[in-house]
Design a protein around this ligand. Sequence first.
Ligand SMILES: [Zn+2]
Length: 159
Amino acid sequence: MEMVSVKIRKEVVQCLACKKPIDFLFLSDFSYGERLVYSDAGLPCAFCRLIDDKVYDEYGELVRQVLKDNLKEISEDKILDLITETFGVTCDEINGNKVDFSKKQKKECLFCGGNNFSRNTIEPESYIEIELPLVSHEKWLNMEFKEKYELVKREVLKE
Ligand SMILES: [Zn+2]
């Protein structure tokens, strides 16, 4: 597993219930085409560069193909969301966990579970570097076209 060093913007806000400081981590603002992958606990657990990921282009084309073959007409915005949200199916598991791009950062206090926070940050925003596994696609790259197509079909026609 390849590890990458990722620059993260840290915002500290205050939990309105227990008054403890809570960190929220975001990718720095100059990160077009890059995504953090979040774990079930809502913490960053991997990193993905969509912009130079050939599999992302391939996956996008396949999603469009499946939609077309199944006469599904949805708006371009929805197609792009669908591609990004379901892209995890092409990714290798990380430490036994599926990569799921639809998971978001959990906006919840670690101490009391509250979800109301001060509107303003209570510390100047800062940047930190964290080491995260880079998303890989070994398994996907070894699949036959038909297998990929079926996988995408299951994912895309789920609803
Ligand atoms: Zn709290």
